[in-house]
Each structure stands twice: as C-alpha cells, then as structure tokens.
Ligand binder design. Structure first.
Ligand code: ZN
Length: 162
C-alpha cells in the first residue's frame, strides 16, 4: 500500500517534470534558429579573439627572439644577442658589428659644426671634414673632435710645456 502510494506520487512528479521539460523544450525549439545564430556569432567572436591573442603572442615571441637572441654562425645554436662568445662552441663575435649598418649604402647621418669646422657624419659613424684646406676622415665623432681640439689647443708640441 505504501509502495503503491509512493510509485503513484513518483509518477505524478515525473509527469509534472516531463510537462515542465516539454514546455521548456517547446520554448527552446521556437527560438532554436535565433539561438543557433547567436551561438554561431559568439563562437565566431571568440574564435576571432583567440586568433588575435595567438597572433599577438606569436608577434611577441618573434620580437623577443629577434631582439634578445641570435644564431651562432658556427654551430647554429641560439644564444643571447649580447653574447660576444658563443657558449656552445666558443665562436667569437665582433663587438658592435651587428650595430653597424651592413650591406646597405653608406649615407649621411648628420651634419654639424665643431669649433667652426663643418663636418659630416655618415651612417657608419665615420666623420669627414675639411680642415685647413684638407679633407680628412675619422673613424668617429670622438676622434674628429680630438683632432680639432688638438689643433686649437696643441698639447703635444715639444717645448710647449716647461
Ligand atoms: Zn657557437
């Protein structure tokens, strides 16, 4: 008797549940098309966002690699860009060699005047200037300035100093 009552109650409950589900399913079915479109839209947006993130990550990785590492020309291992000696094979890099423009034509970097002497500095950092009617070339601005300083204020002439 108790069993029967319980199973009847369960049947009623099940019926009610199924009825609720039925209503819900019907409600969902009527909106299925819209939902599918919305889901597709959300998926597309998510995919686009993920692609953008992946692309940004790849770019960051690539930048990180190109800016902080280099490949050893001798053993082809990837080592730090600042390394002067390869830690794998001991290959020695020429310091500053990578900083200078290589392969490209040398062009004018800047022009200026130092103690009345007009000079031109090139992209390989060499400096040319005409001093006393003679055009000279220096390895860098420092050497040029040193030369001009020495001309203006001779320090190495014998007898200049007591
Ligand atoms: Zn190496």
């Amino acid at each position: 008797m108790g069993n029967k009552g319980r199973s009847v109650g369960a049947g009623v409950a099940l019926g009610i549940l199924l009825g609720i589900f039925g209503v819900l399913i019907a409600a969902c079915l009527s909106d299925t098309k819209v939902d599918t479109l919305r889901i597709a839209e959300i998926r597309a947006t998510t995919a686009a966002a993920q692609a953008a993130v992946a692309s940004a990550n790849a770019a960051a990785r690539s930048f990180h690699q190109t800016s902080n590492t280099k490949d050893c020309p001798r053993c082809a291992e990837t080592i730090k860009a600042a390394a002067i000696v390869c830690r794998y094979c001991g290959h020695e890099f020429q310091p500053q060699a990578s900083k200078l423009p290589t392969g490209g034509p040398i062009s004018i970097l800047s022009t200026g005047e130092y103690h009345g002497v007009s000079f031109t500095q090139y992209t390989d950092y060499s400096v040319t200037a005409t001093v006393g009617g003679e055009t000279k070339t220096w390895d860098g601005a420092l050497a040029f300035r040193q030369y001009i300083d020495d001309r203006l204020n001779p320090r190495n002439i014998p007898g200049d100093r007591g």
